[in-house]
Design a protein around this ligand. Structure first.
Ligand SMILES: *Cc1c(COP(=O)(O)O)cnc(C)c1O
Length: 398
């Protein structure tokens, strides 16, 4: 039961005269979300007050939404829980993984990983004691660095800067060969590419919903654990809503059965309502169709930009199979170039030191978007429009 992408595009409320190629940072607003949020505020919170936890089903949402995300990332029902932020879910997965392998003290990651993932891992190691270590290596040294001291291999499947995609299956297998566990960050995978968590035997995965999944700014994160691990997990952030019987208010912690033990505290009800509405669109599509369309758009964009902008160099893998759903080009003046693009209605983003980054989301991006964006970029480069003084000043969020 899949629909075509002209139909899904009509389900988004995109501003006129904007070409939005930054859904990899913040997904756009689904048309149905404003009304759903208004209903949640007025009819649920406003009228039901505290009874909304039962009557409106707020308390069950983290599980239900987790099961809907599971389909998009190749996971079984009952293995994904929604809540908190991605950084916190990274912490939870790492702490649980280290706890499962108490003789091993090393978290292995790569230097291109997203800073928050590395900071969280470092902070966790610091709090566990001097034996624990975050080891950071370059991408091509990962396999060689895996050994019987490695507890967890922590990688972001799709590089947030270059869009380069790791081979989740192959690296998970390498990690398992030395007895290590894997944690995959799906921030740039969920809703961007098909993910096969159960098939690849990944141990843990985490991701956010405000990027490709379109749950809105501050939307909750999710965490996955492989079915055979779930009932062995001892949550480090053991909160009352992960307790077997939270309303018994017991003094001693006892984890809930299943992935629900990864819940911590009160879930963000309004943000979950927004996620629920966004997932109504995802329910209409198949990730393989999304992938095919995404490769078509990104390949078309690369060809157009390379044909007309010789000073921009492709910073993403040329082989579409080795990319996620984003493409970056490098240029020393990347910041100003992106400002000039945004001023002309083409919204991508800039990642220091020199990358301009474009995300492709077939749910709402069309071939026309891609052609217009490439044409506008070509004009900016041909006429040096980025040199204007107004494009040189940086705001707090790039
Ligand atoms: C976007 C992103 C984050 C952000 O984490 P938050 O806790 O949601 O702010 C973390 N890691 C990666 C890899 C990301 O792409």
């Amino acid at each position: 039961m899949t629909v075509d992408f002209a139909a899904t595009r009509a389900l988004f409320d995109l501003p006129q005269d904007v070409i939005y190629l930054d859904g990899n940072s913040l997904g756009p607003l689904p048309r149905a979300t404003a009304k759903r949020l208004a209903d949640c505020v007025q009819s649920e919170w406003g009228q039901m007050l505290v009874t909304g936890w039962n009557k409106a089903g707020w308390m069950a949402q983290p599980n239900l939404l987790g099961d809907r995300i599971a389909r998009l990332i190749g996971a079984e029902a009952g293995t994904v829980m929604v809540g908190d932020t991605l950084s916190i879910k990274v912490y939870q997965a790492l702490a649980s993984g280290l706890d499962l392998l108490p003789k091993r003290r090393i978290i292995l990651s790569n230097d291109a990983n997203f800073p928050s993932d590395l900071y969280i891992a470092q902070g966790l190691c610091n709090s566990l004691g001097p034996d624990y270590q975050l080891k950071i290596v370059e991408n091509d040294a990962i396999e060689a660095a895996l050994d019987e001291t490695t507890a967890l291999l922590m990688l972001t499947e799709v590089d947030y800067r270059t869009g380069a995609k790791f081979d989740m299956g192959a690296l998970t297998e390498k990690a398992h060969q030395v007895g290590a566990l894997t944690l995959w960050d799906l921030a740039h995978s969920a809703g961007a590419i098909p993910v096969h968590l159960s098939q690849t035997k990944a141990d843990f995965a985490v991701g956010c919903t405000y990027k490709y999944l379109n749950s809105g700014p501050g939307g909750p994160a999710f965490i996955y654990a492989a079915p055979h691990l779930i009932d062995k997990l001892r949550p480090a952030l053991a909160g009352w809503l992960g307790h077997a019987d939270p309303f018994n208010f017991s003094q001693t912690y006892e984890p809930k059965k299943g992935i629900a033990r990864m819940r911590i505290g009160t879930p963000p009800v309004l943000q979950m309502a927004a996620l629920e509405t966004a997932l109504d669109i995802w329910d209409l599509v198949d990730m393989e169709d999304v992938r095919r369309a995404s490769i078509h758009l990104s390949t078309r964009f690369i060809a157009a930009v390379e044909a007309s902008c010789p000073s921009l160099s492709l910073a993403s893998p040329r082989d579409a199979e080795r990319r996620g759903s984003q493409v970056s080009f490098s240029h020393l003046e990347g910041f100003a170039i992106m400002q000039a693009l945004i001023a002309r209605g083409v919204i991508g983003d800039f990642r220091a030191p020199n990358l301009i980054r474009f995300g492709f989301a077939p749910l709402y991006n069309t071939e026309d978007d891609i052609d217009s964006a490439a044409r506008i970029l070509a004009e900016i480069m041909r006429d040096d429009l980025w040199k204007e003084a107004t494009y040189q000043t940086r705001a707090a969020v790039t």
